[in-house]
Design a protein around this ligand. Structure first.
Ligand code: ADP
Ligand code: ZN
Length: 605
């Protein structure tokens, strides 16, 4: 095995170049320094510690909180010919002893351990005997007590620099915010570490947010038109909706599995495993699903309900496209989402200060939904990251939204709310505006109001969109004490008095992006047409090889490598070796069978 970082990258991993900050980070560790690495999911963090661990004498010790993930990472490294192993509670005693023995003899390049194991006498003794090349602390934000992934054992990791001050350490996380960063530095004693902050942009993810019409059918259309045979995640807010949506998709002939905290643990585990191992599995889940899902080829994340904050949206959509290939983040949202979430925030038992924060986050999330500028820009700026005005890979860039002057409509809606004493929800108000003759209206005598029927010039759909936007722009607010009744806010006076014009998004689309609307790389990157026979044949072979070894297919080759095979059609082992992601070991093991398939299809084409 080579010992120089670039040679390891090329020969062992099969990648031609380092990406982004990788080279600088690796240099820092090679020269004995510490590093804090902040990079988004899919940014290529693993290589930053794997390569120096291989290059430096001794074994690299990786602390990782997720058992399932450890196993995959170790398997992936073994496929490359790297000597890797893990120690966690899933091992039986015999395997544990064998791993410890290999470790103590200095036979391993990398050892993954669970954090709770580190601070045991048994393991500390081993650490003192063995030559260690570096410590890598993965998911370093788990040390933050205020974050949602807090692990108490991470607090003990401060012992690393106390007991092994001369061994380089890297802490890695995909969490961007400053508070967490400071906490990581303080708790892990990384004051001298160089901080490497990558861009949090995920350029391969296409963001799309569409008004909700018939959510299920919008989802089905999205899945069948754009993602036949792909794996992905569909997020819903409630367990019941998860079950219903999974059933609906199953009835449509798709492989959809539910996942939520109310399911028995075995079912959850089974569904997660199938999602990892099989291809084309759709997981329908509450937010309980996600942490520790390291599947690189999640091709889409769809939201049928609005996440509470841009942080949640970024994290959940971020599970798509870790392999760097094109992926879709698709969401539908509507008036009811806005009302429900506002109610949830108001009804929560939290302290006022906390509530205020929640409200701000929800407002930012709604702002992201309603924006008529680039979604990526809004998202990145929310995280204080620079972003250009135009990304070419979100719905707003691809199909610029049309706005309309909704001042008159807004005035009608607001005065209807006022004349009914701010005691009714949007549904009722819309019925009045549309002049529907209904018992419910008549009970309150609302058919006699001056606003009765004054909104017949617009459709019900448009009125819903008007009300939704009036709430998200804070001209109306949801009254918690009155079961979702809408109240006027201070700001709406300007509109009622005619002092302010209101431009709103005009919605006549179903959230489809116009194809070929732009020329940038991601915009034109096609999603693989599943009907291509060579693509299916390559996937079949990969699946067969994976099954023989009992590993997930992406451990054999990631989608990106199969896509390159499809595009470049290598004819010799020499050509095959040039594919990005084909190192020496994989060339030897898999080159011939894949070439055979490619050549067979050449002939029949
Ligand atoms: P993270 O841990 O930051 O989420 P990974 O380390 O899993 O990201 O890397 C994400 C993807 O990028 C993986 O598929 C990995 O193989 C690929 N990758 C990483 N570095 C490179 C590189 N220099 N060239 C090509 N692909 C890379
Ligand atoms: Zn954009």
């Amino acid at each position: 095995m080579p010992t120089e970082p670039l040679a390891i990258l090329q020969q062992t991993f099969g990648y031609p170049n380092f990406r982004g900050l990788q080279q600088e980070i690796i240099q820092e560790i090679m020269s004995g320094g510490d590093a804090l690495v902040l990079m988004p999911t899919g940014g290529g963090k693993s290589i930053c510690y794997q390569i120096p661990a291989i290059a430096r004498p001794g074994t690299g010790v990786v602390i990782s909180p997720l058992i399932a993930l450890m196993q995959d990472q170790v398997e992936a490294l073994r496929q490359l010919g790297v000597k890797a192993a893990f120690l966690n509670s899933s091992l039986d005693l015999q395997d544990q002893k064998a791993t410890e023995s290999a470790f103590s003899k200095g036979e391993l390049d990398l050892l993954y351990v669970a954090p709770e194991r580190l601070n045991t006498e048994r393991f500390l003794k081993l650490l003192l005997e063995v030559r260690i090349s570096l410590f890598a602390i993965d998911e370093a934000h788990c040390v933050s007590q205020w974050g949602h992934d807090f692990r108490s054992h991470y607090l003990e990791l401060s012992l690393l620099h106390e007991r092994f001050p001369e061994i380089p350490r890297l802490a890695l996380t995909a969490t961007a915010d400053l508070k967490t960063q400071e906490e990581i530095i303080r708790r892990l004693g990384l004051q001298k570490a160089r901080v490497f902050q990558g861009s949090f942009d995920r350029p391969n993810i296409r963001y799309r947010i569409a008004p909700k019409q018939n959510a299920r059918h919008q989802l089905l259309k999205f899945l069948t038109h754009e993602h036949p045979g792909d794996s992905g995640i569909v997020y819903c807010l409630s367990r019941r909706k998860v079950e219903e949506t999974a059933d609906f998709l199953k009835a449509q002939g798709l492989t959809a599995l539910p996942y939520h905290a109310g399911l028995p643990a075995e079912d959850r585990q089974h569904h997660q495993r199938r999602f990892l191992i099989e291809e084309g599995v759709i997981i329908v889940a509450t937010i309980a699903f996600g942490m520790g899902i390291d599947k690189p080829n999640v091709r889409f994340v769809a939201h049928l309900d609005l996440p509470r904050s841009p942080e949640a949206y970024y994290q959940e959509t971020g599970r798509a496209g870790r392999d760097g290939e094109a992926a879709n983040a698709f969401m539908v949202y509507g008036l009811q989402d806005v009302v429900t979430l506002s109610q949830m925030v108001e009804a929560s038992e939290a302290e006022e200060q906390h509530k205020r924060l929640e409200r701000q986050r929800l407002d930012a999330m709604l702002g992201l939904c309603e924006t008529i500028s680039c979604r990526r820009q809004v998202l990145l700026r929310y995280f204080d990251q620079a972003a250009p005005d135009y990304c070419a890979n979100c719905d707003n860039c691809q199909t610029p939204p049309v706005t309309w002057n909704a001042t008159e409509a807004a005035r009608k809606a607001l005065s209807c709310c006022y004349r009914t004493h701010q005691r009714f929800g949007a549904h009722h108000l819309i019925d009045i505006l549309l002049g529907k003759t209904q018992e419910r209206l008549e009970r309150y005598g609302h058919q006699h109001l001056s606003t009765f029927g004054i909104g017949r010039d617009l459709s019900e759909k448009t009125w819903r969109s008007v009300f939704r936007q009036l709430i998200t722009h804070r001209y109306l607010e949801v009254d918690q004490a009155q079961h979702g009744a809408l109240k006027l806010t201070e700001t709406c006076r300007q509109i009622l008095r005619g002092e302010k014009e209101l431009l709103l998004r005009w919605e006549d689309d179903q959230g489809e992006t116009r194809p070929g609307a732009s020329t940038k790389r991601w915009a034109n990157r096609p999603f693989i047409a599943s009907e291509k026979p060579l693509w299916s044949a390559l996937r079949e072979l990969r699946k067969k090889l994976a099954e023989e070894q009992g590993v997930p297919p992406y451990i054999i080759f990631q989608d990106s490598v199969l896509i390159e095979m499809l595009e470049r059609k290598p004819k010799t082992l020499g050509d095959f070796a040039l594919l990005s992601g084909v190192g020496e070991k994989k060339l030897l093991r898999y080159g011939k069978p894949f070439l055979r398939i490619i050549l067979e299809h050449e002939r029949t084409d």
